[in-house]
Ligand binder design. Structure first.
Ligand SMILES: *Cc1c(COP(=O)(O)O)cnc(C)c1O
Length: 394
């Protein structure tokens, strides 16, 4: 079995699982309590906050724990909108291929009277800093652009985008869920004001994440209740999850560059192998992409059937993001980079694990090639293409 869907979620690491178990079993107190087991829990919480802050070059009080990436995205955007509104600024800039946690929050704000500009991501899957600068207006209160895309893996020029925002005094948020723990992220050097992250994308547990908000940015709370997280996120803290997230992140950072180099070499081997399939194309820039991400379109087939047949051969992959698979609409990410509907339907995302081997890569290449040929054998679109009734696009 080859699990190649690490962009959807990852397996919890043994060290993170150990932290989770130990804290659940031994340090089960409520961090708001005064007795010892409660105070130990409080210490574990603050240690995790300090550890996570130091990884991204933030201060502990700039880290707010959430239930994951979606909540962090919602809270960041809502907070910036509330701040904007107080100054009469109701314009937000984002990009066309953000995660739905961002896009759907922006849709809601549009209904509430905000105007939203979505920057194009071009064929290479990248936003242009000059285009961001042109889009900024007097009333822009937020720019939110993801660090790395979850479907095609392209890494945005975050530092340059952040610099444009700094120059114009606009808050810059980035959804760094795919980046954290996989490539270096430094909120100071990257000019980031707010950042979202999620533990289950870097071998931590599910249902826990964090929002970095630079000091001075007043957050709006989404959940009313107790005074946890300085009153910005009510509810008894998920301390086992939070501490396990810190363990996973420290572990990921300790070996980041070696792992990235190793995985990127297998990624490139896989890209080279799949490129040999006729009428196929890599989605997104070949080098400015996550070390683990491979995303292809194969003309004349349907991604869904490809996935099922690959599953039969022990390969677990995805055709788009986990959130869009199951719906018949082609991926908004692939449409955003200019793939037409028919082509976008034949997509395959392979997000490799850190332990992927050359033999496994070769197994994937062989099986994807066979299955694509097999499916084309009875595809009406492929018949029309080969008969010259329709022009090939790829
Ligand atoms: C997975 C993901 C999210 C959502 O994170 P959850 O913790 O699952 O809520 C948001 N943004 C990106 C880019 C993601 O990949």
């Amino acid at each position: 079995m080859i699990y190649a869907d690490n962009a959807a979620t990852t397996r919890i690491s043994d060290a993170a699982l150990n932290t989770f178990i130990t804290l659940s079993r031994d340090t089960y107190g409520n961090a708001s309590s005064l007795y010892t087991v409660g105070q130990r829990a409080k210490e574990a919480l603050e240690q995790a906050r300090a550890d996570i802050a130091s990884v991204i070059h933030a201060e502990p009080r700039e880290i707010l724990f959430t239930s994951g990436g979606s909540e962090a995205d919602n809270q960041a955007i809502r907070s910036a909108a509330v701040l904007g509104l107080s100054k009469g600024k109701k314009h937000i800039i984002s990009s066309a291929f953000e995660h739905h946690a961002v896009l759907h929050t922006l849709n809601k704000l549009e209904k509430e009277g905000f105007s939203v500009t979505l920057l194009p991501v071009h064929e290479d899957g990248l936003v242009r800093p000059e285009e961001l600068e042109d889009a900024i207006r007097e009333d822009t209160c937020l720019v939110t652009i993801m660090y790395a895309n979850n479907e095609i893996g392209t890494i945005q020029p975050i530092r340059e985008l952040g610099a444009v925002c700094r120059k114009h005094g606009v808050i810059f948020h980035t959804d760094a869920v795919q980046a954290i723990g996989h490539i270096p992220v430094d909120v100071e050097a990257d000019n980031i004001d707010m950042l979202s992250a999620s533990a289950h994308k870097f071998h931590g547990p599910k249902g826990v994440g964090f929002l970095y908000a630079k000091k001075g940015i007043r957050l709006t709370n989404l959940i009313e209740g107790g005074a946890q997280e300085r009153g910005k996120r009510a509810g008894t803290e998920n301390i086992p999850g939070i501490a396990a997230m810190a363990t996973a992140l420290k572990e990921a950072i300790a070996s980041l560059s070696e792992r990235a180099e190793y995985v990127a070499a297998r990624r490139d081997r896989l890209i080279a192998g799949l490129s040999a399939i006729p009428h196929s194309a890599l989605n997104g820039d070949a080098t400015k992409r996550l070390p683990s991400n491979v995303n292809f379109c194969f003309e004349g087939i349907e991604g869904e059937s490809l996935l099922l047949l690959l599953d039969d051969r022990g390969i677990m992959a995805s055709s788009g993001s986990a959130c869009t698979s199951g719906s018949l609409d082609p991926s908004h990410v692939l449409l955003a980079i200019g793939r037409v509907h028919d082509v976008a339907h034949g997509s395959l995302r392979l997000s490799l694990g850190d332990d992927i081997t050359d033999d496994e890569v070769d197994y994937i290449i062989k099986n994807v090639s066979e299955v694509v040929t097999y499916l084309r054998g009875f595809s009406p679109i492929w018949r029309d293409l080969t008969a010259g009734k329709k022009p090939f696009i790829l």
